[in-house]
Design a protein around this ligand. Structure first.
Ligand code: CA
Length: 581
């Protein structure tokens, strides 16, 4: 080896060491997160949320040799649902867990480096289990939201709390379960609590200090706010027009919670947040479209204004939260967003303008609408299948009961889908179920459930509820499907190795052929998987990780579905896999 080459190699080695030792997460790193194969820097494996990895070492031919590398238990007596996506950075894995916990783990050995257990007050009100879906990385910080509606930023190396901010009043039903999103150097977060009449919004903060930059409510009629460097608030324009789509005072407790967080596309400069149901569930109390509930809201990150909004379910009567992720992708030379909505339709929307391009069912049974009118963008409602008005019932206490499909737990819920730019398919964890639903009178009371509805969830088919479906966004066709006995509740990941990974409540992490859906590998993790997998490469080895721990909304709201899931056990651990030699 000549001297020049030697010098170059030493310089290279030094550069990579320096990178590993400091490695603050920068805007440039986050902008390139989707293509970064040696780290997982954000929820969604890139802010666009495609959950696609270009890695190919684990592929259709080698995946049969995938074996555990290590596993780590979250410990503790309290377990419940583990819906968290791990982040990988600087030799560490960062994982959130139930009850607002977060861990840093040595990536090579699985050794716990530090943990933080947030002190939760009595009286928190998470609607749908004590879950957390993940954290965000920025600078030297790892940041996550808690069940008492706080944001906590910790030092990645020590686990020490650097800043903490209250986001909402937990006694009024506010909580946080989604992973924060970083876009254009801002920390963007939503809020949970649509079942308690909170007011949904998106906040932007300085990720290093927690200081607010702007706040954008997602219920029409509320005022947006901007904050200067000293924290002084000023008017940032109203969201929509007061009383245009909401009668009387109802907009003041209108729901539309942004509980799933959002995605961001650098090519449009827009952050896309889904919004939950309008409150209360009883739609007869709030005639009108009730903007911006059950919608995708596209927010200009620079200004905090709503650039466009598309409402999936106007005047929602079924708890069809439009909270699902809006995943941007290229099709025919244009940038679109795909969204598998809780209401049973898959939407393809122009990511820049918000114009509806296509909408088609991705489940077999939909009772509330016969289709989506592509000209007007509005659903063709089937009026007879809306739960009846209680004031028109026999004794003014209960409206007529209807059978509705999907059930309120949705054709798809919190489990994120994946998009593979190679196969050009979306991989959607769907569920086929329905519900008997009826309306009752209700009035708002702080901290009380604000539904005005009762329900019983029922399976539709004998042999399955869940179905992982490969969906062609161009044709609206289901290319293949793999049925699952229990409802699917974990997320999906696809890779350039021709694979689709997803977990099942029965405890398996599975790998399928992305083209055919053929099952190529599975592993029993010991508890139900309700979280999305990730992959990265360390040195010359590709790894796959997933969190295991059964829970979430399904066991809480079981109805007749509970019969399918009564043998599933709780847990709390992370599993890491690699190929055996
Ligand atoms: Ca809801």
């Amino acid at each position: 080896m000549n001297k020049k080459m030697m010098t170059m190699m030493v310089a290279l080695a030094t550069a990579s060491l320096a990178y590993a030792a400091e490695a603050p997460v920068t805007d440039a790193m986050l902008a390139g997160a989707a293509g970064n194969t040696h780290e997982v820097l954000s929820f969604g494996m890139g802010s666009e949320g495609q959950r696609f990895s270009p890695l190919t070492q684990i592929n259709t031919k080698t995946v049969a040799k995938l074996v555990p590398a290590w596993s780590m238990s979250f410990g503790g007596e309290k377990q419940r649902g583990q819906e968290s996506q791990p982040l990988i950075h600087n030799g560490k894995m960062f994982i959130t867990a139930s009850y607002s916990r977060i861990y840093a783990v040595d990536l090579k050995t699985g050794t716990k480096l530090w943990k933080y257990e947030h002190r939760l007050p009595e009286g928190i009100m998470p609607c749908c289990d004590v879950v957390n879906r993940g954290a965000a990385l920025y600078g030297n910080l790892v940041i996550f939201g808690t069940l008492d509606a706080q944001l906590v930023a910790l030092d990645q190396n020590t686990g020490e709390v650097v800043w903490k901010e209250k986001v909402g009043d937990y006694a009024a039903g506010y909580s946080m379960t989604a992973a924060p999103l970083i876009a254009k150097g801002l920390l963007l977060t939503g809020v949970s609590g649509g079942e308690f009449g909170i007011v949904g919004r998106v906040d932007a903060r300085d990720p290093m200090t927690g200081q607010l930059v702007w706040s954008r409510p997602t219920v029409e009629g509320h005022m947006g706010t901007r904050y200067d460097k000293d924290g002084k608030a000023s008017d940032n324009g109203i969201s929509g027009t007061v009383n245009k789509t909401w009668p009387g005072e109802l907009w003041k407790t209108g729901g539309a919670s942004t509980w799933m967080g959002g995605t961001y596309d650098a090519s449009t400069g827009l952050a896309y947040f889904g919004t939950g149901n309008p409150a209360p569930w009883n739609s007869h109390l709030r005639p009108g479209d009730n903007l911006f509930s059950s919608s995708t809201v596209a927010i200009d990150v620079s200004t905090g204004t709503i650039k466009w909004a598309y409402q999936n379910t106007p005047n929602d009567a079924w708890d069809f939260d439009g909270a699902n992720e809006f995943v941007t992708f290229d099709m025919d030379g244009k940038r679109y967003g795909g969204k598998a909505d809780r209401n049973g339709f898959f939407y393809v929307i122009d990511a820049k303008s918000g114009k509806l391009h296509n909408a088609f069912p991705f489940v077999r049974k939909i009772t509330w609408a016969s289709g989506i009118d592509l000209k007007t963008g509005r659903p063709n409602f089937i009026a007879a299948n809306r739960p009846g008005d209680p004031t028109k019932g026999a004794d003014n206490t209960k409206g007529s009961t209807v059978f509705s499909a999907p059930a309120f737990l949705g054709a798809k819920n919190q489990m994120p889908m994946a998009y593979n730019p190679g196969t050009k398919l979306f991989y959607v964890p769907a569920n086929e179920w329905g519900m008997d639903i009826w309306n009752e009178p209700i009035s708002y009371k702080k901290g009380g459930a604000y539904l005005g509805a009762g329900f019983t969830i029922r399976p539709i088919f004998d042999d399955y509820i869940g179905a992982l479906r490969a969906i062609d966004p161009k044709t609206g066709k289901i290319v293949w499907e793999v049925k699952n006995n229990a409802p699917l509740w974990g997320g999906v990941m696809s890779t350039a190795g021709g694979l689709v990974f997803y977990g099942t409540p029965e405890g398996y992490l599975k790998a399928l052929d992305a083209k055919s859906g053929k099952e190529l590998w599975k592993f029993q993790t010991g508890s139900g998987v309700v979280a999305p997998p990730v992959t990265w490469q360390d040195g010359d080895t590709q790894y796959v990780a997933v969190v295991s721990g059964w829970g979430g909304a399904v066991p809480l709201w079981g109805g007749e579905v509970a019969k399918k899931i009564n043998l599933l056990e709780q847990g709390g651990s992370v599993w890491v896999f690699k190929l055996t030699k």
